[in-house]
Unconditional design. Structure first.
Length: 291
């Protein structure tokens, strides 16, 4: 099976339009008639991105929210979504959840497609947004001396997933119905040097930001706010599904939203990421990937 990295590398040879940003970002940025549009597409697969037997209302919510989180990392205002859905016995629940999340974010459904099939169900969504600040933030703008920040706390989705899988009855809302940081992203868009959302784990996403920016990011694990027991701190740094914003600001600049400074950008040369002073030279084990 082709690895995700190999597949994306092959796609980069095709995606030569400037709007694609070399497929080094989570969104395309397209200039159209004096407007700057931001477009993203994400998928969810049964058994991989959500548990079999999950409430399809929650699946619909998460499908929308994770795509809107990509727009948030670009400071974009959502204009609408297009949905792809594999039909099943619980489509009424999916529709209910879809109505709830679109109403929550005041985002219209513009169209899409539905299919029938066998095997694990899959769902896709394209979110379309309008940039509120140009240039649109990317992963690749971090500079030596910048401070590294994160909104919110990490680990609640991990704890929610484990509670759900164990059937403990504990609150699993952070995993089932994540929230996109749209307002924060729009306030940050004109201030940050680089920004992305945390979907695959703090360390893996920070590694990606560092590689795209050609800097080293240094993180102090004790500074990272977590919403999990202290003995699970290291797990919270790699688990993902948090959908908080990771961003860099010039040194001495205060963030315009509540956020925690967790490190800084430097030039160290031989490693993209340093955790508590330890060099992390490759991304293996730093978060979730489809390899």
């Amino acid at each position: 099976m082709t690895s995700e990295l190999e597949f994306i590398k092959a796609l980069r040879a095709i995606a030569t339009h400037p709007a694609a940003r070399g497929l080094l970002d989570d969104c395309a940025v397209l200039e159209v008639g004096g407007e700057t549009l931001v477009l993203t597409h994400d998928m969810m697969v049964e058994g991989t991105h959500y548990l079999r037997g999950a409430d399809m209302a929650d699946v619909a919510w998460k499908l929308v929210a994770c795509n809107l989180s990509d727009l948030a990392a670009k400071g974009a205002e959502p204009l609408g979504v297009l949905i792809g859905h594999m039909l099943g016995d619980d489509d009424a629940d999916f529709i209910s959840g879809l109505k709830d999340v679109l109403a929550h974010y005041n985002v219209p459904l513009l169209g899409g497609d539905s299919v029938s099939g066998s095997g694990p169900r899959s769902h896709g969504l394209t979110a379309i947004g309008r940039a509120t600040h140009v240039p649109v933030p990317s992963r690749s703008g971090a500079r030596p001396g910048d401070a590294l920040y994160v909104t919110g706390a990490l680990g609640a989705a991990m704890m929610g997933f484990e509670a759900l899988r164990a059937g403990s009855g504990a609150d699993a809302s952070a995993y089932l119905r994540p929230m996109a940081r749209l307002a924060e992203g729009q306030l940050l868009a004109g201030e940050v040097t680089a920004m992305m959302d945390i979907s695959d784990g703090l360390l893996l996403d920070a590694f990606r930001m560092a590689e795209a920016s050609h800097v080293s990011l240094s993180i102090e694990s004790r500074l990272v706010p977590i919403d999990a027991p202290q003995e699970r701190r290291s797990d919270a740094l790699v688990w993902g599904d948090d959908y908080e914003l990771l961003f860099t600001l010039p040194g001495g600049t205060a963030p315009p939203v509540p956020a925690t400074r967790i490190g800084m950008a430097e030039i160290r040369g031989f490693a993209p990421l340093f955790l508590d002073g330890e060099a992390l030279i490759n991304a293996d084990g730093l978060g979730y990937s489809h390899n």
